[in-house]
Structure formats: C-alpha cells, structure tokens
Design a protein around this ligand. Structure first.
Ligand code: 5GP
Ligand code: MN
Length: 324
C-alpha cells in the first residue's frame, strides 16, 4: 500500500479524525497537528486526538491545545499516525466503528492494522511522511505548518543527529526553514529545557546504572518519581543518554508507572536491533530505538527483557566494525 493511495483517500474524505499514540512524543503530536492543518487548508473538517496527557514541551506547539482525547463522530475517515499497533491509540477511536482507517507510520514493527496502510521505515519521522503528503495534496508550507512538521523531524532525529539523517532530510529541513520554521528554537524547546527535578532524577538514575554483557540499564521506581515530583519520567530521554556509554551496545531504562506497569525504553548502537526485542514483548519501534509496556512488578519485568537484550547485544548485523 502506498503514498498514492493515502493521498487518494485523504482527497476523497470530508470529515477526518486523526489520532496518534499514547505517551506522545514530538513526532506524534507534530504529525497529527500537521495533517489536521493540511486537511483544513483543503476545506475539510479535521480534528486531532491523543488519548493521553501532553508533556509541557509539546503543549507549546501551535494548535496542541485543540487535541481532544476521544473521537466521537461523525467522521468518514480515521487516520492513525506514528502508532505501530492499534493498542498504541488507547481509546481514541474506541467509540467509532465501521469507518475506514488509514494507517500512516514509519515503524518497521507496524502491524498493518489499517484498512489502508502506508508504512515507510525509510522516513525519519511520521512528520516527514506528512510533509510528503502536503506536497502531494498541493498544500503550500507557511511558517506555522513548517514549524509544526519540523518539530517531529527534529524530535525523532534527536536534533538531526541520528544515523538515518540523509541529504534528503537536510534538503527538507532547509525547505521548512525557508518557509519560516526555526531549527534552533525547536531544538531548544525539545531538548534543552527540562525542570530541575528532571535533572536530579536523571542523575539519581544514572548513578544506579549497571553494565552487564554489553547492556547498560537502570530503573526509575515509583518512589524515585514521587520524591522528584515529576509525572512524565519518560521525558528524561535517559536511554538515549545511556547508549552514549562507550562500553555499551544496548541501553534500557525501566520506569515503574503509577498503575504498577513498567515502561521499557531501549536504545541500540548502529548494527544492533532493539525493535525485535520490543516486538517480542508486545511493543515496537525502530532497530535503534524501541519500547514496550509490561505488567509489573519491576522484579518480574526486568529479568526476561535483560536476557533478550543481552542476546541482542551479541547479535551484530556487522555494520559497525570495531564496535565493542
Ligand atoms: P521511547 O524509548 O523514546 O519512548 O520510544 C522509542 C520508540 O519506541 C518510539 O518510536 C516509540 O514510538 C516506540 N515505543 C515506545 N514504547 C512503545 C510501546 O509500548 N509500544 C510500541 N508499539 N512502541 C513503543
Ligand atoms: Mn515517530
């Protein structure tokens, strides 16, 4: 299924509900708001949904305040963005049945759960795919739309620093900047601003990090989060920092949620694959960055994941000669 089919169904639809995944990141919110703005510019009715709270840094994006949690009709098309399986949408579409679902995503682990699926793991962000749609649908970029779409590209590439950033992506970033988006402002908002409490919690979890068989890992318990006063511990990007350890091939952070479930955030150096591990445990992601949600308690959630990650750390795809 293709980009052309996605363009076609979007062109034909009139009332469109666009949903993105729970625990939203910049790409989730950016692609959802971006597509809604594109569709509205074409004279359609479009609304964005996310069945979760938005972290503060994403609430500041234009139109983020208009995102509602649960879609209630009438709609003639549903669009899922950046979600690799339907569970990631929470209850956003739970009250709507029998409506075609267009599934747009860049996760290699996507389960193709839509009526129409456009899955492109070569895209650095779902927002990049939405940018392609804007072109295909003949919508001109203005400063606001460019800024919304650049937020997702910058978010998923860690500020244009990941291994998949190509000349193509840089050309697109240039076009978005020419249309009025500010790269420095987005990098600052998405990566350089965090509450002091988050920095302290980050330090505490770093101090506890352990290194075993090429896997560096740490835990954020409910008690640690409660003591810090932080609600969105996954905003820490701690796994992305841990994978910077020279001795590590894989990094993992286990975060205990208030409901007792355990969020696992995983990272791999180029040539290693955590998406397969995440998928085996009901989650998903990309080879270098993936996640899953496990039933608690921590003591039961951690050992099987660590076993799988240690096996993955022995399994180089041979892309990185000289790696530890
Ligand atoms: P992060 O570690 O930054 O939260 O997530 C890394 C990647 O894994 C992102 O692409 C994210 O969408 C995906 N991911 C994280 N948690 C889950 C999960 O529980 N289920 C699925 N399907 N994907 C996840
Ligand atoms: Mn994404």
């Amino acid at each position: 299924m293709s980009r052309e089919q996605a363009r076609q169904v979007l062109k034909e639809a009139q009332r469109i509900a666009v949903a993105t995944h729970v625990s939203p990141d910049a790409d989730a919110i950016s692609s959802a708001i971006g597509l809604v703005q594109i569709l509205r510019r074409l004279g359609k009715t479009a609304e964005a949904f996310c069945d979760d709270d938005l972290p503060a840094r994403l609430k500041a994006l234009p139109h983020a305040g208009e995102i509602a949690r649960i879609a209630r009709g009438p709609f003639d098309l549903l669009v899922s963005l950046d979600a690799s399986d339907p569970g990631r949408l929470g209850k956003a579409f739970a009250e709507l049945q029998g409506i075609p679902l267009l599934n747009i995503d860049h996760h290699i682990t996507n389960t193709h759960f839509g009526t129409i699926n456009w899955i492109d793991p070569s895209a650095v962000a779902t927002s990049e795919m939405v940018l392609w749609l804007a072109e295909d649908l003949g919508v001109t970029l203005d400063a606001e739309l460019a800024s919304i779409l650049l937020a997702g590209i910058v978010g998923d590439t860690m500020g244009l620093r990941t291994a998949n950033v190509s000349a193509r992506v840089m050309h697109e970033v240039t076009r978005l900047m020419e249309a009025g988006a500010s790269l420095p402002a987005l990098v600052d908002a998405l990566f350089n601003r965090r509450p002091l409490a988050a920095i302290r919690l980050f330090g505490q979890a770093l101090a506890e990090a352990r290194m075993e068989d090429g896997v560096i890992w740490t835990v954020i318990t409910r008690e640690m989060r409660a003591a810090s006063g932080l609600t969105h511990a996954n905003d820490l990007s701690l796994s992305s920092f841990l994978i910077g350890a020279e001795e590590a091939r894989i990094a993992a952070v286990f975060t205990e949620r208030d409901d007792g479930k355990v969020e696992v955030s995983m990272r791999a150096r180029p040539g290693y694959d955590v998406a397969r591990v995440a998928l085996a445990f009901g989650g998903g992601g990309h080879p270098p960055a993936a996640g899953c949600l496990l039933p608690g308690p921590l003591e039961e959630a951690i050992p099987p994941i660590l076993r799988a990650l240690k096996a993955a750390a022995q399994n180089s795809q041979g892309k990185t000669p000289g790696e530890p």
